[in-house]
Design a protein around this ligand. Structure first.
Ligand code: IPD
Ligand code: CA
Ligand code: CA
Length: 266
């Protein structure tokens, strides 16, 4: 295994164990609201500290961008991108869909990725050029080639309500023509499930880099395509993402394209 993936996996598993140890204490956790509909608990913070501890003990000089503690400066050639608990709202409600997401960007390219779902003990990993795995078995995106029969993942733009009308127009088209739409509540897992062939496509507005970085590499290494809403590769900065097998990506893009406003293209 790529040595940095090894560290990402160790950190993701350790944080996942920590999250599970707190899953029956939800009622007693200290929770703070970062903004409207955006919460963090002491579990998010502790899980993040654990991940950073493990990364820094192996690679003390690397830079880190982590959801709860922000930017930790270092050698900018290597940047770890961490979402210690993706699906916090689910976790805080005991809704069993959440994961740890860790990616390493080297010279601007995502090099390794680990998404760990502790409740199912499912570990999704990828290294650039080395394929994507679920619990060490190779995964691929589906061969689905039309919306008919397709299962599509998404997230609602609850923090970006200025885009709600455009989003609902996209939703209407895809909802009518597909077999179904799922809103799991953890974008890292949505992308991991797409890589594993459990979803045929995915789109969302307004994500953060840490929600997507690991999942994007999983999808690409599983044979999928990822773009922003301009059919370009700026999804980590724009936060707007379309992902799927090459065919499903194209179909989703063409379906929602009439509803992509100029604001969503930048
Ligand atoms: C959230 C989840 C959710 C997405 C939100 C994210 P968090 O991450 O990924 O699926 O729709 O935009 O903020 O806050 O639970 O880490
Ligand atoms: Ca997240
Ligand atoms: Ca989070």
């Amino acid at each position: 295994m790529h040595p940095m993936l090894n560290i990402a996996v160790r950190a993701a598993r350790s944080a996942g164990d920590l999250i599970l140890r707190h899953a029956d204490q939800i009622g007693t956790l200290r929770i703070n609201q970062k903004s409207k509909n955006d919460f963090a608990s002491e579990v998010d913070r502790k899980a993040e500290q654990e991940i950073i501890r493990i990364i820094q003990s192996a690679y003390p000089g690397h830079a880190i961008v982590a959801e709860e503690s922000g930017v930790h400066r270092g050698d900018e050639e290597f940047v770890w991108i961490i979402d210690p608990l993706d699906g916090t709202t689910n976790f805080l409600h005991g809704f069993p869909q959440y994961a740890v997401s860790i990616a390493l960007k080297q010279k601007g390219k995502i090099e390794v990725a680990a998404v760990y779902e502790p409740l199912r003990d499912e570990l999704f990993t990828a290294s650039r050029g080395g394929g994507a795995m679920l619990n060490n078995r190779r995964i691929r995106v589906t061969k689905q080639n039309s919306l008919r029969g397709a299962l599509i993942g998404t997230g609602f733009p609850f923090k970006h309500q200025q885009h709600l009308d455009a989003y609902l127009d996209m939703f209407r088209v895809l909802c009518i023509d597909s077999a179904g739409i799922r809103r799991g509540g953890a974008a890292a897992l949505d992308l991991a499930y797409l890589a594993a062939g459990r979803l045929d496509g995915f789109w969302e507005i307004g994500l953060q880099e840490w929600d997507m970085a690991a999942g994007v590499l999983l999808v690409k290494e599983a044979g999928g395509v990822v773009t922003d809403f301009s059919f370009d590769d700026q999804y980590l900065t724009s936060g707007n993402i379309i992902a799927g097998s090459p065919k499903m990506h194209q179909i989703i893009y063409q379906s929602i394209e009439p509803h992509i406003t100029d604001n969503l293209k930048s």
